[in-house]
Ligand binder design. Structure first.
Ligand code: FAD
Length: 631
């Protein structure tokens, strides 16, 4: 039967990670009737997997830290391609968002004098990551959920029902956004367990669906990260930017094969871990690029002193931004200096006492013990790059999170949005991003709903079309198996649109993606609607495909190397390309790419950098502007 359960809300938040929960809290605090929808179990999201911490310039461990330094580090990390306004808001508001979490009940690790402790991470000038051991994301999610429960208790007292103004729909996948003209009117999806359909009528939708990693075989991302939010946005008339920029985290597990890709937190390096090749050489000193030479040590003695005395020594090169470390590992393995399983060694055992390792990195200790039978207090880990994070995403207004393009009433926050991290994200900057922009998107979605004079209407035709699309894979007797299609997609993306890219291979990838698109249009899922993961994947595939096309197209177009986009045929950064955002839109079924100039950074923000540093990134024209201002 095609019975459809109907609900009415003011704000629908798709995604229950940090961004979604923070957005929902804000919408509910604004008095809006709010739904939270999550494809996975409630509480299971990428956010819960975050280990290292949340970056915020609170200055608790080094009082020299402040928002200006954080802003600078973020822009540097993103190689100046970031949306400066987002980087500015993020640097300014992160500390408040972290302190606010404590009012919700979070308890971060402490300094000796009782302040929130902060740890070192790649690309951050000062210790900046608020953390709870290596289980920070768990605390973040737990606290946000607790806040939601307390809001539900208030509603119970006032209205007699916990669900009066905020309700969670877990294990529910949204497959379609529904529009009334150019306005959002609702969202359509299904309960994963029963396969029954569900319709949300709502004038404002916040996308908080996270990333796209499942288009790659070796990834730290879990099953639900199929780029749904990116694809929903595109189909609704919104645009994506920066989709060529994917972060390959330098340290994923490489052995045993069944767990290949699972993350090894950067905290291992932040706390003293070093990388060695099969000759036992600490190789990162050979890979410090010119733009970072001033901040990074060129010898082991200085690098090792830095952990105790960071004011008088330069940082170890193991703590370079992630793109640099991932490329370095890739080069070592390619040059035949890899480990037996095809990675490099990450050694913390010889650097810290066993007890200290177990205290600081409890999850890592258990992860290696249980999955690889390796005791990291005694032996080195084997690690290699893994697809981790997408910098690209929904193009949004920096202040409100409202999606650009032709659609109204659509907002995006967290990993699904683009711009904030430029071409490369610094570790720890995602958890803070979720809180800062989740709150903003939730608040603005609420005020958008308030100012509408009439409610957009869901049309019967649109619902029927959504039902038809959803049921199609079940109704085809012939057609390919979704799992085979996903494997083929992963092979194309991993082999041809991976860490190191070349023109010929990217062009080839586009041809293969076009073929895959034909095959996916005919995908068939065996079985019925009750809990049927094959059917679910069949529906996810079209999202993965369109998002992969955006990535491959933009990667072919961008003729330079920057952050999470490395072109072997264009190995240098090109200041002219720094001024360009590649914008993806859907025209019917076709992915269209356009060039759009980056917003110009405000003068007082430009003035935070030395001229010598700016000269590494900006065009002569931009520098002339800078000089004119300085006079
Ligand atoms: P997520 O937390 O990914 O949540 C997305 C939600 O959307 C989920 O609830 C999912 O079920 C739901 N969803 C998706 N599609 C649909 C759909 N179609 N319908 C309904 N619901 C849907 N960042 C840091 O800053 N510091 C760290 O230490 C750190 N460590 C990390 C460790 C690991 C192993 C990983 C994988 C990432 C780490 N990151 C870290 C990155 C960070 O965790 C993520 O970028 C961030 O959590 C994304 O949050 P989000 O709220 O945008 O989305």
């Amino acid at each position: 039967t095609n019975r459809i359960e109907r609900h009415h809300y003011d704000v629908v938040v798709i995604g229950a990670g940090g961004a979604g929960l923070r957005a929902a809290i804000e919408a509910r605090l604004a008095g809006k009737k709010t739904a939270i929808i999550s494809k996975s179990l409630f509480g299971k999201a990428h956010t819960v997997m975050a280990e290292g911490g949340a970056a915020a310039a609170m200055g608790n461990v080094n009082s020299r830290d402040n928002w200006q330094v954080h802003f600078r580090d973020t822009m540097r990390g993103g190689k100046f391609l970031n949306n400066f306004r987002m980087a500015e808001l993020h640097a300014k508001e992160s500390p408040q968002r972290i302190w606010e979490l404590e009012t919700y009940g979070a308890l971060f690790d402490r300094t000796k004098d009782g302040k929130i402790s902060q740890r070192n991470f790649g690309g951050h000038e000062y210790p900046r990551l608020a953390h709870v051991g290596d289980r920070t994301g768990l605390e973040l999610i737990r606290t946000l959920q607790q806040k939601i429960v307390s809001l539900q208790q208030e509603d119970k007292a006032e209205f007699g029902s916990y669900d009066a103004r905020i309700k969670v729909f877990a294990e529910t996948t949204i497959t379609e956004l529904l529009l009334d003209g150019d306005k959002v009117a609702g969202a359509f999806g299904y309960y994963r367990e029963s396969g029954e359909f569900i319709l949300f009528e709502a004038p404002a939708v916040v996308l908080a669906t996270g990333g796209v990693g499942r288009s790659y075989k070796v990834t730290s991302n879990s099953w639900e990260y199929t780029g749904d939010g990116h694809a929903l946005a595109l189909r609704a008339g919104a645009t994506l930017i920066n989709m060529e920029f994917l972060q390959f985290h330098p340290t994923g597990m490489v052995w045993p094969p069944s767990v290949k890709g699972i993350l090894v937190t950067e905290s291992v390096r932040g706390d003293g871990g070093i990388l060695k090749n099969s000759d036992g050489k600490r190789f990162m000193f050979d890979y410090v690029p010119d733009v970072f030479r001033k901040q990074y040590a060129d010898n082991e003695a200085e690098a090792d002193r830095w952990y105790k005395d960071p004011d008088n020594n330069r940082r170890p090169p193991e703590l370079l931004p992630r793109d640099e470390v991932a490329r370095a590992i890739n080069s070592e393995v390619k040059a035949g200096r890899g480990t037996p399983a095809g990675g490099v060694y990450l050694d913390i055992a010889s650097r810290l006492p066993a007890e200290e390792i177990r205290r600081r990195l409890p999850s890592m200790y258990h992860q290696f013990k249980e999955l690889a039978d390796v005791d990291i207090t005694k032996e080195p880990m084997e690690v290699g790059p893994t697809c981790h994070y997408v910098m690209g995403g929904v193009e949004v207004d920096p202040d409100s999170g409202a999606a650009y393009g032709t659609v109204r009433g659509l907002f995006a926050a967290g990993e699904v949005s683009g711009g904030m991290h430029g071409s490369n994200r610094l570790g720890g900057n995602s958890l803070s991003d979720l809180l800062v922009f989740g709150k903003r998107a939730g608040g603005h979605a609420a005020s958008y709903a308030d100012q509408l004079t009439s409610r957009p209407k869901v049309s019967i035709g649109a619902v029927e079309a959504a039902v038809e699309t959803a049921l199609a894979p079940l109704q085809r007797d012939t057609g390919e198996n979704p799992y085979h299609l996903q494997q083929d997609l992963q092979a194309v993306m991993g082999d041809l649109v991976g860490i190191i890219r070349r023109e010929g291979e990217l062009a080839d990838a586009l041809v293969r993606l076009a073929e895959l698109r034909e095959r996916v249009a005919k995908v068939s899922a065996a079985g019925g609607r009750r809990y049927n993961p094959g059917w679910h994947l069949a529906l996810d595939l079209r999202n993965m495909l369109v998002v992969s096309e955006c990535t491959a197209k933009a990667a072919l177009e961008r003729q330079e190397s920057r952050g999470g986009h490395t072109r072997e045929d264009f190995p240098a950064m090109d200041p002219k390309w720094r001024m360009v955002n590649l914008v993806c839109a859907l025209d019917g079924d076709t992915v269209r790419l356009t060039h759009k100039p980056l917003p110009k950074m405000r003068a007082e923000l430009v003035a935070l950098f030395d001229r010598a540093e700016l000269a590494k990134y900006l065009t002569d024209e931009e520098l002339a502007d800078f000089d004119a201002l300085a006079e």
